[in-house]
Design a protein around this ligand. Structure first.
Ligand code: DAH
Length: 346
C-alpha cells in the first residue's frame, strides 16, 4: 500500500514537470504500459494473503485511475497550449484592408435578355433553346422561305459545306422546332433568346454575330389584337409605364399580316430626339400573325389554330436602353465598358 502511495506522488511530481507530448507518452508507458510499474503491481495481487487481496486490489484500481486522470489532464493541458500557440501564430487581422480582386460584370446584353425573360415568364412563357448550327429546312423552308426565294437575300447566310446546313440567320427556326415538338395539338407560349449569324461586315451598327429574342404564341382564336395587347404589356414592363405603342405594316415571309412594333421614345417621351431620329418612335421588334403555311408546315391545322410571333434584336434593345452607339462594344470583352453601366438599373 505504501508503494502505491509513493508511486502516485512520484508520478504527480513528474507529470507537473512535463511539457512535451513525447515525454508524457514515455511516462504513461513507464507507469501504465504493459511493463509499467503500476501494471507490475497488479501481478503481485496473487502473492498476497486472501484478506489483503481485496483492499489492495481496490487501492490499486484507485491509483490506476488517478494516474490515468493525471496523465489525461496533462495531455489536455499540452493540447490546449499547442492550439493556442497555433492560433496566436495564425492570427488574422480582420481590420486590414483586403487586396482588391478585379472582377468582371455581367455583359449588359445578358442583363437585357434576363430582364426580357423575366417579363415573359411572368406571363406564362417558357424559355427554350435551339441549335446555332441549323438546317436550311428549319431556318428557311418551314418558315415559308423556299429555295431561290428573294426573301433569303435579306439574310446573308453563312452556309456550312453544302447548302443544307448553316449558321442560323435568325432565331425563328426555333418556332418551327417548338411547334413540331409540341405535336400540333397543344397551345404554345415560348421565347427563345440566342445567337444568330449573318455575313455582314462589322461596323458600328452591324455584327456578323448578334442576338435575337424570338417569341411564339399558338392557341385557338388568337388575333392581331392579342399581339397588340401582349406587346403593350411587355413594352410597359421593359420601357416604363408611360410608353405608348404602335404597329406599322411590314412584311415577313412567315407572318401574315406582319408588323413593325414601335414604342414611344423613352428618351424624349415622343418629343423627338437623336435616339428616335426625331420621329418620337423607336422600332423594337418585327412581329405578326403566324402564316397559315408555317402552321401547317409545322403540324398545326391553321383552320383550328392561330398564333403570333415576334423577334427582338437584343443588341438593339441594349443600345437603346443604355445609349450605346457601337454594337461592337458588346463583343470586345473590355471590362471598362461593362463597368460603365450602372447595373442597378438593369
Ligand atoms: N426573324 C426576323 C428577322 O431576323 C425577325 C422576326 C420578325 C421574327 C417577325 C418573328 C416575326 O418571329 O414574327 O429579321
Amino acid at each position: 500500500m505504501k508503494d502505491l502511495e509513493k508511486i502516485l506522488s512520484e508520478l504527480e511530481t513528474k507529470v507537473k514537470k512535463i511539457e512535451e507530448e513525447g515525454d508524457l507518452n514515455n511516462l504513461r508507458v513507464e507507469y501504465l504500459g504493459k511493463k509499467g510499474c503500476i501494471t507490475a503491481l497488479s501481478a503481485k495481487i496473487g502473492e498476497l494473503p486472501i484478506e489483503e487481496k481485496k483492499t489492495f486490489g481496490a487501492e490499486l484500481n484507485r491509483v490506476k485511475s488517478k494516474a490515468t486522470e493525471l496523465i489525461e489532464a496533462k495531455k489536455k493541458e499540452i493540447d490546449d497550449r499547442i492550439l493556442n500557440e497555433k492560433l496566436a501564430k495564425e492570427d488574422i487581422d480582420v481590420t486590414l484592408p483586403s487586396t482588391p480582386i478585379p472582377t468582371g460584370a455581367p455583359n449588359i446584353l445578358e442583363n437585357i435578355i434576363e430582364e426580357v425573360e423575366d417579363v415573359f415568364m411572368s406571363m406564362g412563357y417558357d424559355v427554350v433553346d435551339g441549335p446555332e448550327i441549323e438546317e436550311d429546312h428549319y431556318n428557311f423552308e418551314l418558315l415559308n422561305i423556299p429555295k431561290g426565294h428573294p426573301a433569303r437575300d435579306a439574310q446573308d447566310t453563312f452556309y456550312i459545306e453544302d447548302e443544307t446546313m448553316l449558321l442560323r440567320s435568325q432565331t425563328s427556326p426555333v418556332q418551327a422546332r417548338t411547334m413540331l415538338a409540341a405535336g400540333g395539338d397543344k397551345p404554345i407560349r415560348m421565347i427563345c433568346p440566342g445567337k444568330t449569324y449573318r455575313r455582314d461586315a462589322d461596323d458600328a451598327t452591324h455584327s456578323h454575330q448578334f442576338m435575337q429574342i424570338e417569341g411564339l404564341l399558338v392557341d385557338k382564336n388568337i388575333s392581331l389584337s392579342d399581339l397588340k395587347g401582349t406587346f403593350d404589356v411587355i413594352a410597359k414592363k421593359l420601357f416604363g409605364e408611360d410608353v405608348k405603342t404602335r404597329f406599322r405594316p411590314s412584311y415577313y415571309q412567315f407572318t401574315e399580316p406582319s408588323v413593325e412594333t414601335d414604342v414611344s421614345c423613352f428618351a424624349c417621351k415622343g418629343e423627338g430626339c437623336p435616339i428616335c431620329k426625331n420621329t418620337g418612335w423607336i422600332t423594337v421588334s418585327g412581329a405578326g400573325m403566324v402564316h397559315p403555311n408555317v402552321l401547317s408546315n409545322c403540324g398545326y391545322d391553321p383552320k383550328v389554330w392561330s398564333g403570333f410571333a415576334f423577334g427582338f434584336g437584343a443588341e438593339r434593345l441594349a443600345m437603346l436602353k443604355y445609349g450605346v452607339n457601337d454594337v461592337r462594344t458588346f463583343y470586345q470583352t473590355d471590362l471598362r465598358e461593362s463597368k460603365t453601366f450602372d447595373r442597378k438599373d438593369v
